[in-house]
Design a protein around this ligand. Structure first.
Ligand code: ATP
Length: 503
């Protein structure tokens, strides 16, 4: 990235917009570029509190009367020498007609001069008037090389202790996805806690990272104890996933395989869609990040929601290879293609940004999305090629219901032979996996309240007392099935075979 910015500066691009929340780090990177032998330039930094100050100088040595943004840009225009001018706080003013005009004047006056203005902002907000003139760059989070510097500095403080290359690599990978400051803090904390930085501290670094990621509120690190075998049925889907266990390895690249992009799991509520997504993380040995779309939306400021999404995706990319889990995709983007103007078009912009990201992403982030209602899902998601595969998870058939009973009974009791599982599976026709589990728990509560062990009869009574969703929402379930039969791949083996025979 540093090289790209350096090229833009050498090529005399007048205006570069860097999207970053790491001011110091980015500023330092630009100062390094400015020292380059071929293009030595002075660097000036503008803030709304001190006006223009030369990089590295004390804040008191400010250029006269440059606190207002207009005066600052005017000052830049007057300079004759080559220079790089970093504007840190311009984004709140950028929509003002005077600021935009001054920036356009500056751009026009830079034609023959080696001068570049760098706008630095945590969110992207470019007025239309400047769109053609500006290059927007999303400044990435630190990579392994940069984190290595941070780690080395921290390790120097623990003189005498050596770390193996392997430990070092683990400590570095554990901090991926953090800003430089955050990585410094995390390493320091791990060291203070344990008095050293060895392999044993990788977990401290990881758990600190999880907390930091959680604090920004949009991404959540999910850990799942269950394995994929805790899911009854869905054999075809499980096979597909197992087949791709090594999809993100170097070996797969060498073999010539493309990186999987993502999958969409459609289905009846409570049939294990979320559970599949969570257990895939264990199966593939990749971290699972849940993207909470509800939290992406923030109407407090224009551009805020976009910035939230961009930051979350940036974090996911820097942690990659990783799985990005989006539950209830239909709810997240509902309304984005319809009368979108109810929220000033934010949802359609967010939707557009997300689709573009999915289309263009080259980093190994596998998107796993689930949805219950297809009619609410923007058609663009369902187009061929957007996801690698769209699976449909139907209500479990009798055999699958038996498996689900077995799984949930074995989780709670050892002696499951005393239950007639076939009978249970027969009478709960139309139940989802979640409803089976709930019926079992209800039976256990009943017996527990009477201070005895639960029996077959308790489960039967609980099943009879349950009205499954497939019966209360028959129309919706039928509509989904009809739709999916044509367009999605069935997750269950039996249906898959049956469909294959049809072709
Ligand atoms: P929703 O659409 O309501 O989010 P979902 O399809 O994502 O539902 P899950 O949240 O994965 O369903 O299922 C809820 C719980 O039901 C699971 O945690 C699991 O305990 C149980 N369950 C559902 N389906 C199965 C299954 N096929 N095998 C075993 N357990 C299941």
């Amino acid at each position: 990235m540093q090289e790209e910015i350096s090229i833009l500066i050498q090529a005399q691009y007048p205006l570069i917009y860097l999207v970053t929340s790491e001011e110091e780090r980015t500023e330092r990177a630009i100062a390094m570029i400015a020292q380059n032998k071929n293009q030595q330039r002075r660097v000036f930094v503008w803030t709304v509190t001190h006006g223009i100050v030369e990089y590295g100088q004390s804040r008191h040595i400010t250029q006269h009367n440059t606190v207002s943004p207009e005066a600052a840009v005017q000052w830049v225009i007057q300079q004759k020498e080559p220079g790089i001018y970093i504007f840190k706080d311009l984004h709140p003013f950028i929509d003002s007609p005077a600021t935009t005009r001054w920036l356009r004047d500056a751009i026009a006056s830079f034609k023959a001069a080696q001068k570049t203005i760098v706008l630095m902002s945590p969110m992207q907000q470019v007025p239309i008037e400047l769109e053609k003139e500006v290059v927007v760059i999303d400044y990435p989070l630190p990579d392994l090389t940069e984190l290595n510097q941070v780690l080395s500095q921290q390790l120097e403080k623990t003189k005498g202790r050596r770390t193996t290359t392997e430990t070092r690599e683990k400590l570095l990978k554990a901090a991926l996805g953090l800003t430089r400051d955050e990585a410094e803090k995390v390493y320091r904390k791990a060291q203070v806690k344990a008095g050293r930085l060895t392999e044993a501290e990788v977990d401290i670094v990881l758990s600190e990272k999880k907390q930091l990621i959680r604090r920004n509120g949009i991404l959540e690190y999910i850990e799942e104890d269950e394995t994929i075998d805790a899911i009854g049925g869905l054999e075809e889907l499980k096979r597909w996933l197992k087949q791709r266990s090594g999809a993100f390895t170097e070996r797969a690249r060498e073999y010539g395989l493309p990186q999987p992009k993502g999958m969409l799991i459609l289905g009846v509520p409570g049939c294990g869609k979320s559970l599949i997504a969570k257990t895939t993380s264990r199966l593939w040995g990749l971290p699972l990040l849940r993207l909470d779309m509800g939290r992406v939306y923030d109407g407090s400021m224009v551009g805020r929601s976009e910035a939230n999404l961009r930051n979350a995706l940036k974090t996911a990319e820097s942690i990659s290879p990783a799985i990005l889990f989006i539950d209830e995709l239909d709810k997240s983007f509902a309304g984005s293609s319809g009368s979108a103007d109810s929220d000033g078009g934010t949802s359609s912009r967010i939707f557009g940004s997300f689709l573009t990201w999915m289309q263009e992403k080259t980093s190994p982030v596998f998107v796993m999305a689930t949805a219950n209602r297809v009619e609410r899902l923007p058609g663009e998601f369902l187009r061929k090629g957007r996801f690698d595969e769209i699976f449909f998870v139907d209500l479990p058939n009798k055999e699958e219901r038996q498996q689900i009973f077995k799984i949930h009974l074995s989780k709670r009791r050892r002696d499951i032979e005393r239950f007639d599982i076939e009978q249970l599976a027969t009478i709960c026709d139309g139940f989802s996996g979640a409803e089976i589990e709930q019926a079992l728990i209800a039976a256990m509560y009943e017996a527990f309240a009477q201070d005895r062990e639960f029996t077959q009869l308790d489960i039967i009574a609980a099943i009879k007392a349950t009205l499954p969703l497939s019966r209360t929402m028959t129309e919706q379930v039928t509509a989904l099935r009809d739709w999916a039969r044509q367009r999605a791949r069935p997750a269950a083996a039996s249906v898959a075979e049956y469909q294959r025979m049809e072709f």
